[in-house]
Design a protein around this ligand. Structure first.
Ligand SMILES: [Zn+2]
Ligand SMILES: [Zn+2]
Length: 209
């Protein structure tokens, strides 16, 4: 049984740029056919207690809700999974991406390059040598030509690809997602799956390629 998970989205509770009311999020995710969500606020990681409270308030008590965070480096954004919320606070924005990627991975995290070909905030040529576990190739914040470029970049670099909504509005939740081919119940499971490569971007109903 595979699981369809949205790996990248923001709520208004901890990301000022997001309009998503977190209390509506899980119902929306279930409606969109998702099996799980990973909240990735800008420079903040939800605590397990916060996640548990949100699930408890929803109509879906078994829903898979995990958290990483999104780090804005001097040249590109990255999604970091597998650290403690306290550790996330020590990742102050604006440092060189290769330095912070190495730091996160040395602490046991797995990292995905977020919208690596987005016009406003692209990585530069250093991405060639940066050992991301995957590149995000589809999201609502990547235009179609940027998605094609991102897929080509992943192919050229021999990196695996993920798709995620990067939702900042409720209707975008689940617009893109990643299918995991083995069970994911915890952030450790997610980290292991991302390291092993047992996942693939999935095309969602109503979304093109
Ligand atoms: Zn944002
Ligand atoms: Zn984001």
């Amino acid at each position: 049984m595979s699981l369809v998970i949205d790996l990248h989205l923001h709520t208004r509770r901890h990301s000022a740029c997001s309009a998503i009311d977190e209390s509506l999020l899980i119902d929306r995710a279930v409606q969109a056919g998702l099996d799980g969500l990973v909240l990735t606020e800008h420079h903040y990681q939800w605590t397990r207690a916060e996640l548990d409270a949100l699930v408890a308030q929803s109509a879906h008590p078994g829903f898979l809700l995990l958290a990483g965070f999104e780090y804005s480096s001097s040249h590109g954004d990255m999604l970091i999974y597998g650290l403690e919320p306290e550790a996330a606070k020590s990742f102050t924005p604006g440092h060189p991406p290769e330095v912070m990627l190495a730091r996160a991975q040395s602490m046991g995290a797995v990292c995905i390059a977020a919208h690596p070909t987005r016009a406003a905030i692209p990585f530069d040529e250093r991405i060639v040598d940066m050992p991301f576990e995957a590149l995000e190739v589809k999201s609502v914040n990547l235009a179609p030509h940027e998605q094609r470029l991102a897929q080509k970049l992943a192919d050229d670099l021999g990196r695996r690809a993920t798709a995620a909504s990067d939702a900042h509005r409720l209707p975008d939740v689940g617009a893109y997602a990643t299918e995991f081919l083995e069970p994911v119940q915890t952030i450790e499971d997610l980290r292991n799956s991302l390291q092993r490569g047992t996942f693939r971007p999935c095309v969602r109903a109503g979304q093109g390629n």
